[in-house]
Unconditional design. Sequence first.
Length: 417
Amino acid sequence: MGPNGHIVVPDNVIIPFIEGDGIGPDVWRASKMVLDAAVAHVYGGKRKIEWLEILAGEKAFNETGEWLPAKSLDIAREYLVSIKGPLTTPVGGGIRSLNVALRQELDLYVCLRPVKWYKGVPSPVVAPENTNMVIFRENTEDIYTGIEFAMGTPEAEKLLHFLTDELGVKNKIRFPETTAFGIKPVSKEGSERLIRAAIKYALGHNLPSVTIVHKGNIMKYTEGAFKMWGYALAEREFGDKVYTWGQWDNARKTQGEDIANARMKRAEAQGKLIIKDVIADNFLQQLLLSPKDYSVVATLNLNGDYISDAAAASVGGIGIAPGANINYLTGHAVFEATHGTAPRFANTNTMNPSSLLLSGVMMLEYMGWQEAADCIEEALAITIMRKRVTIDFYNLMHDATLLKTSEFAEEIVKNIK
């Protein structure tokens, strides 16, 4: 990590990778093929990635007896940037999510999910090209902290007594004897660093707005506070670079709606970044009704989980949706496939590797290797437009050619130029 807040990347760089569970090895091999080909083509040997495997998930458990070995975390910390395939997470019991564990251990407070359409990708919406946004999902707080107590345990009983006897919420717990509990921590510091990163990204990429998505009408002291802390931070730290709906509302209350609207229009004309907010359930509607209105989204952990997958559906699904987990202060970043392990398709060489490959594109961009990133995106777009695709797209296209995972990667490599 350099003194200016940007990572310093050598020309011959070591990148740790986790191939993942289920379909992970198939999509990793395909993605690695394309990444290596693009770097070799663009830089002619002057730059190169040396891949260093680290263990997590089922492969780690089978070899070491641990799902997430401390050695793997130590390597990820040391090398800053890494990439991973999908990892197993049981539902309802067993181990905690390894993805969440990685994010928390490395304090990767931003889950970065760009959502854009590639021409030719089958989509359930009429105009998928209208969706082009970047979602900043808070990654270390909210209910994903895993503070839960199962029904009938001493811990649940103790918390029940505390809530009813000390805090007087007895009438709000409908069935106290059969209730499980979860805690939702949302901090000012955690909220501010997420929203700050979103605003800096929008300013750096000359984008028109940042939308704070929340459920503050119901959860007033967590989600509602997230919104208020975001507005306050924007006005305090970014000054005349931004104009917030909070400022518009104050002008409306003190000087009337006409003046408030005039100030908003003037701010837009001056190129100021508009900071606004939307209730989460309404935003899920707007993803379909008016996606053009949103460029950068900042939201809490659970909302971000729902929103990023819902948005991805409109541009072709999570099979082509990349993701990254980043700490912009330390430089640590883990780029990852956003889909699951799909164990019944493991070792079939049939699944779409685009999610992991495009996460690799994000990794190259983060490293400053933009030329290689651009060349992969272009080659992928050409391959899809020529309808030479894997089974997921093949089933939704007319006159397409069905390719295996490895063949799809080979086709992308042919189109690199």
